[in-house]
Design a protein around this ligand. Structure first.
Ligand code: FES
Length: 688
């Protein structure tokens, strides 16, 4: 008679009844408990680790003792894999059941394990990558054997791993042949699985399963790269696809900048120069490849260890990465060549990742790209019960507004002012750039904070802390803050005019032709905020605000208490100053926050999870697109948004945080000095 034992798996509480001597891994599989494995139970990968528990368990009516499992044999004792055996853990593929036992399956051994966060916030998602590794030991061919290597592989995957109908494309055959010879029939197959996404006919149905590459012997290196291609920077993240952990990050300037600062100038370059699209494509693909090289070096891995690549970007970057002419995106009707996610191979975009697949995220519309879709996936307005406003501020602001019922999206041509361009003292957010400014309301003297130095300029030891760093200009957040501060202390009025009479109160306000400027610094580089600078920022903010207001009107959403500013700019912006400028609508100040590179976080989500790809594809289709360029109402909203904070919109929440200056009634640009900020404001703002 067969002796049987009960095995209780925690934390699921699933109970299996198995014959004596069964491997714990087999018991788990029979009961539907997912335990990870790459080596197929051969004691190589260490992914199947479990922790047996001892003691009395009244809940299940059993006593679990130390001899309920077989003692570790040579495979476990000699195990030296990449994933070290933790104290008190056993390899479930090697431990045999000899009595009733309670087995804990730690999170890292669960097939769909919760993600480990680092660098980019992946939030609460489950790791279920589309690329998986499978170790196989196959008989080598003998004379008279008519079975090919490909046939052997396909049947081994079906028999050993229950993975039927795998395609072995031509591109994988050379690696298969070499791996079979080198590994003497022992190989690791890298398999890519694409499923239908919810909303399509059969949820989760496998559409395609193919072998990406085959490695000789046993391999468990399973990495992926997520890349966010911005018009200014290319940011890359290397993730371990088994754990969801971010292993390395890297970034560089987008080399396309030499063809034009902003998106439209690059479209013009493609339009006016024969071969221009190819030049732009080569430049961005080279940058992606270099970022991948940097990531691999930082993590100490080889390019062949990378199995999957995800790329997101605005529509023009998206098209250029794919080698598609972007000129149709430069004018109405802004037709996309492809809107859905693109499933391909990394080699298709000339990236040196042999045997890696490629996924280019879906675009929302011809003017709202895969970067916005990725940011949405990361921040989740479509999952939120309350309205959420998500703004990615770049040369083209992408705006998403909505909740779990409906989401609207638009883009607005803010231009490069927020990135430091078109501003006389503007610069990119690099070391030496001023990122924060405060102006004393009594003396009109400024103090500032510089990237690369922890001290404010009025702190003792600031000069020494600066060292060789030169204060060279203002980056986006510095520009926002200096103009908001100038408004709060009365140097500029609500129309954005630098008030000439203020020159009587401070030598920092100087005549500059027919207008006035504010002198932020005289040495080593003179930094002046001119009337033209203020105008450029007003135009950029009015474009952004009008886009937000237009979306709010379409959505019928009057109040938003959850505002998320994405991108490098958003990460450093002061919420109060953004509201003083009227960049975002009035709401609770604490509801406005910078969320960093949300597009990168969204791309990383798509990399480690097939279900996240399903979610982003579905969501991108469901978003309601609003075309700012063709809506007459946009112009009216734009004009009203030129004023600081806004011509007509009330600002009750902002007024609780700061005392706004009274409105000037004078028409001329030489109105008298304005009332200064009060003590309450001063205390609040000086602390920030
Ligand atoms: S399944 Fe790989 S070590 Fe157990």
């Amino acid at each position: 008679m067969t002796v049987e034992h009960r095995v209780v798996f925690t934390p699921s509480g699933i109970v299996a009844t198995v014959p004596q001597g069964s491997a714990v891994l087999d018991a788990a599989r029979a009961a539907g408990v997912d335990i990870d494995s790459v080596c197929g139970g051969r004691g190589l990968c260490g992914r199947c680790q479990v922790a047996p528990s001892t003691g009395q368990f009244a809940k299940w009516g059993l006593t679990s003792t130390e001899d309920a499992l077989s003692v570790p044999g040579p495979t476990e004792l000699d195990y030296r894999g990449r994933r070290p055996l933790q104290e008190g853990h056993r390899l479930s593929c090697q431990a045999a059941v000899l009595g009733d036992v309670v087995i804990d399956v730690p999170a890292q051994s669960q097939v769909h394990s919760p993600v480990v966060r680092k660098a980019v916030d992946l939030g609460e998602i489950t790791v279920d990558p589309v690329v998986t590794l499978h170790y196989l030991e196959m008989a080598t061919a003998v004379l008279g054997d008519e079975i090919s290597d490909a046939e052997r592989l396909v049947s081994a995957l079906a028999n050993d791993w229950d993975i039927p109908n795998v395609e072995v494309p031509a591109g994988a055959l050379p690696a298969l042949s070499a791996a079979m010879a080198e590994g003497k029939g022992a190989v690791t197959a890298v398999v890519h699985t694409r499923r239908r996404y919810p909303g399509q006919s059969e949820d989760g149905e496998v559409v395609e399963r193919r072998v990406l590459t085959v490695r000789p012997g046993y391999s468990d290196a399973e990495f992926g790269v997520a890349v966010d291609v911005g018009s200014t920077t290319v940011a890359g993240y290397l993730l371990d696809l088994a754990t969801g952990e971010v292993v390395a990050t890297a970034g560089r300037m987008n080399p396309q900048i030499r063809f034009g600062e902003d998106l439209m100038s690059r479209v013009s370059y493609a339009m006016l120069n024969p071969g221009g699209t190819a030049e732009l494509t080569t430049a961005v693909r080279t940058a992606i490849d270099e970022v991948i090289g940097e990531l691999c070096e930082a993590a100490g891995i080889y390019r062949v260890d990378v199995c999957d690549l995800v790329v997101v970007g605005n529509p023009i970057m998206h098209h250029l990465v794919l080698g598609i002419d972007p000129t149709p995106l430069g004018a109405a009707p802004f037709t996309l060549a492809v809107r859905d996610g693109v499933w391909a191979d990394a080699a298709d975009i000339d990236v040196d990742l042999p045997g890696a697949s490629l996924y280019v995220g879906p675009c929302i519309a011809g003017h709202v790209g895969a970067d916005a879709a990725a940011a949405m996936l990361a921040e989740g307005p479509h999952r939120s019960p309350q309205p959420q406003l998500l703004v990615d501020v770049g040369t083209n602001a992408e705006i998403v507004l909505g909740d779990n019922q409906k989401v609207w999206a638009a883009s607005s041509p803010t231009g490069p002012a927020f990135e430091g361009a078109q501003i006389s003292c503007g610069q990119r957010a690099t070391a030496g750039a001023i990122e924060g400014v405060r102006i004393d309301p009594a003396t009109l003297e400024p103090r500032f904070k510089v990237i690369g130095c922890d001290l404010w300029s009025d702190n003792p030891g600031f000069e020494a802390a600066l060292g060789s760093l030169e204060v060279s200009g203002l980056c986006g957040s510095g520009i926002i803050e200096v103009i908001a501060e100038m408004f709060l202390v009365g140097i500029i009025d609500h129309r954005g005019v630098i008030v000439g009479e203020m020159a009587e109160l401070s030598p920092r306000i100087i005549a500059d032709g027919r207008t006035f400027s504010y002198v932020l610094q005289t040495q080593p580089v003179p930094l002046l905020v001119t009337q033209n600078d203020v105008r450029a920022v007003q135009l950029a903010k009015a474009a952004l605000r009008a886009g937000i207001d237009l979306l709010a009107e379409h959505a019928g959403i009057a109040d938003v208490a959850d505002v998320r500013l994405a991108g490098a700019f958003g990460a450093h912006i002061s919420p109060v100053h953004a509201m003083v400028l009227g960049l975002v609508p009035d709401g609770p100040v604490e509801g406005v926050k910078g969320v960093g590179n949300a597009s990168g976080a969204g791309a990383a989500r798509m990399l480690v999870s097939g279900s996240q790809r399903a979610e982003v594809e579905r969501t991108a289709q469901e978003v309601v697109k609003i075309e700012t360029a063709t809506e007459a109402r946009f112009q009216e909203l734009f004009v009203a948004a030129m004023s600081l904070p806004h011509e007509t919109a009330p600002t009750p929440h902002l007024e609780q945080a700061v005392d706004l200056p009274p409105r000037s009634t004078a028409d001329s640009e030489t109105a008298g000095p304005k009332r200064r900020r009060t003590g309450r404001q001063r205390n609040q703002m000086q602390e920030q």
